[in-house]
Ligand binder design. Structure first.
Ligand SMILES: [Zn+2]
Length: 101
């Protein structure tokens, strides 16, 4: 679980997921109040997360020949799983490192 880069306190899984759902990576530390940014542990993780939905749709169409309804269901399930794992693949930083190329 990620910990604050400023005070070192470990954050709760819930805190990360709720902030992610609000589509922001800028979070004030619940312990010391300093602004922290939720950033991926490595660039590889960002890549997996951005291609996952597309990958699922293409794969399910080509190989499994699923119906649209099943594809939506599969994508929704994967998104929930991805979101559940999200805090474990992230770390907290004093700077927003995602902006850098
Ligand atoms: Zn802190």
């Amino acid at each position: 679980m990620p910990s604050c880069e400023n005070c070192g306190q470990k954050w709760k899984w819930k805190t990360i997921v709720l902030k992610t759902l609000k589509l922001t990576n800028k979070v004030n530390c619940p312990y010391c109040g300093k602004t922290q940014y939720i950033v991926p542990k490595s660039r590889k993780i960002t890549g997996i997360y951005s291609f996952l939905p597309l990958f699922v749709i293409i794969l399910s169409n080509l190989i499994f020949e699923l119906e649209v309804r099943d594809v939506i269901l599969l994508t929704a399930t994967l998104l929930i799983v991805a979101l559940g794992l999200y805090p474990f693949l992230m770390k907290l930083s004093n700077e927003d490192k995602i902006v850098q190329p």
